[in-house]
Design a protein around this ligand. Structure first.
Ligand SMILES: Cc1cc2nc3c(=O)[nH]c(=O)nc-3n(C[C@H](O)[C@H](O)[C@H](O)COP(=O)(O)OP(=O)(O)OC[C@H]3O[C@@H](n4cnc5c(N)ncnc54)[C@H](O)[C@@H]3O)c2cc1C
Length: 465
């Protein structure tokens, strides 16, 4: 970091909103990925939209690159700063701004933690339904920038479905107020939706307007064991037809083993072990819902689609069962896993999984490969675990070797290289496996309109020109 940059930044930010020390640079310069060099010039902590705008104008003048940074729980390197960029942490923009109790909309700054929004809504006897294991750290701005999905998409959809307005600062320094909580607005292109899932490449999201839902009914959880992948789709169809499901997740026996090894307080849900498990969550919509769940359980057992299972008897037990699924990512973290986050049409998910499993077994006979995911959305997380003795660089290089095979398979299935984590740095060289050249050209043109100097998160989503 040079003196002139420090002096210029000090013209916008007081001392406590600026950091240059190594520890902060290393902490704020990265997300959950561990494969990239971390080398930012400075970290700034704006507290208003105006400060963000002034920073963008200054950066344009000086051709400085800016990296928007939220809760840094991203899994695609989207918030990583490797090339002397200025990291713009949104953590000081953490105020709840306004609640409209007629429209049931909530306006917050972008740095509010996801879980705080959930808790705030619950206190008003309302519900913010986008939910996932990183809820305690991720920001709502980061959720919007990645169009976060999570565990309740089968019932409530993705972040996009809950965003009714945004305030953004573009890469040109314009402050745009988009949609302003309207339900209907047929006045041309909806720029709000361009920012949802933009991975911080068009500008900064500084304020978010969300709609809130009515609170859910009491929830129950079943965990079911199955010996055959092909059974998963049958179990999903039956569950969807017979129960008001809110989540349908899967994980492999190896995933369960890693969770149990990492969390000694947890135990197997039942004695039988099987190659795959599904977690079905459903709402108690009527007095006979639990009876219907038990009947479903019995019929799946009888038809041989499941080997064993458990139905929660209390909210505490339901929460314990959820941990078996939700703790997978953190239990795998010590293995620096090479992560894939792919999606195909739901009906094709298990066919894809079988074909991908074949490819990975051949490519990595010696690696452990852990499967889990939001299978009710056609979204699978494939985690290849690094053998302890292997250096990270060597491991990543060898994993990259099979990416082509895997992504060609995704192309054959007309699926996506990223379901919910985003392209960031990790998947940018494979964008053409999910989007046509014509589409990529249009995406690049859109980026140029919002960020003509390429100063906002350069090198993310697209390969550098
Ligand atoms: C244990 C674990 C479980 C997870 N489970 C899920 C899951 O089930 N579903 C899911 O979708 N994701 C999941 N994730 C991934 C991650 O939590 C989400 O992508 C989340 O939305 C990222 O939010 P963040 O605030 O941490 O963003 P960051 O990691 O800080 O940034 C993510 C991207 O958004 C951009 N960005 C951040 N804030 C802004 C802003 N204000 N304006 C513009 N751009 C911005 C960044 O530049 C970057 O490109 C999981 C992660 C972990 C660690």
């Amino acid at each position: 970091m040079n003196d002139s940059m420090a002096t210029a930044l000090k013209s916008i930010f007081p001392e406590d909103q600026l950091r240059f020390d190594q520890e902060s640079l290393q902490t704020y310069g990265r997300d959950w990925t561990r494969f990239y060099k971390v080398d930012p010039s400075a970290i700034v902590f704006p507290s208003t939209t105006e400060q963000v705008r002034d920073l963008v104008l200054l950066a344009r003048k000086n051709k400085w690159a800016l990296v928007p940074s939220g809760g840094r729980t991203g899994l695609s390197g989207g918030a990583v700063a490797s090339h002397r960029e200025i990291v713009v942490s949104m953590e000081r923009m953490n105020r709840i701004l306004d609640f409209d109790d007629f429209d049931l909309t909530l306006k917050v700054e972008a740095g509010v933690i996801t879980e705080e929004i959930q808790k705030w809504a619950a206190e008003k006897n309302l519900f913010y339904p986008v939910d996932f294991a990183a809820r305690g750290s991720s920001h709502i701005g980061g959720n919007v920038a990645t169009n976060a999905g999570g565990i309740k998409v089968v019932r409530y959809g993705l972040t996009r479905d809950w965003v009714v307005g945004l305030t953004v600062v573009t890469g040109k320094g314009e402050v745009l107020k988009l949609n302003q909580s309207l339900i209907k607005n047929a006045s041309g292109y909806d720029l709000r939706h361009l920012f949802v899932g933009s991975e911080g490449t068009l500008g900064f999201i500084t304020e978010v307007e969300l709609k809130l839902a009515q609170p859910p009914l009491p929830m129950h959880v079943m965990v079911l064991a199955t010996s055959n992948l092909k059974n998963l789709m049958h179990i999903f169809r039956q569950s969807r037809e017979q129960l008001p499901i809110t989540a349908f997740e899967m994980f492999s026996e190896l995933a369960l083993q890693k969770v149990l090894a990492h969390h000694s307080s947890l135990s197997r849900p039942f004695a039988t072990s099987a190659p795959y498990y599904v977690l079905v969550e459903f709402e108690e919509k009527s007095a006979d819902t639990v009876d219907k769940a038990l009947a479903l359980f019995e019929s799946l057992l009888e038809s041989g689609h499941i080997e064993d299972g458990i139905l929660s008897q209390s909210p505490t037990q339901a929460a314990e069962l959820w941990k078996l699924r939700e703790y997978i990512s953190e239990s795998l973290a010590p293995f620096t896993p090479y992560k894939n986050d792919i999606s195909v049409r739901v009906s094709k998910a298990t066919d894809f999984l079988s074909a991908a499993d074949e490819i990975l077994k051949k490519a990595y006979p010696d690696y452990e490969v852990v499967w889990f995911g939001h299978i009710g959305d056609g979204n699978l997380h494939i985690n290849i675990l690094r053998p302890k003795a292997m250096a990270i660089e060597e491991f990543v290089k060898s994993c990259r070797g099979a990416d082509d095979l895997l992504y060609n398979l995704i192309q054959d299935y007309q699926g996506s290289i990223s379901a919910e984590h985003g392209v960031g740095l990790t998947k940018r060289s494979f964008l053409s496996k999910a989007r046509s050249q014509e589409e990529i050209e249009i995406l690049r043109s859109i980026k140029k309109i919002f960020d003509p100097d390429n100063i906002i998160n350069p090198g993310k989503l697209f390969e550098p020109n």
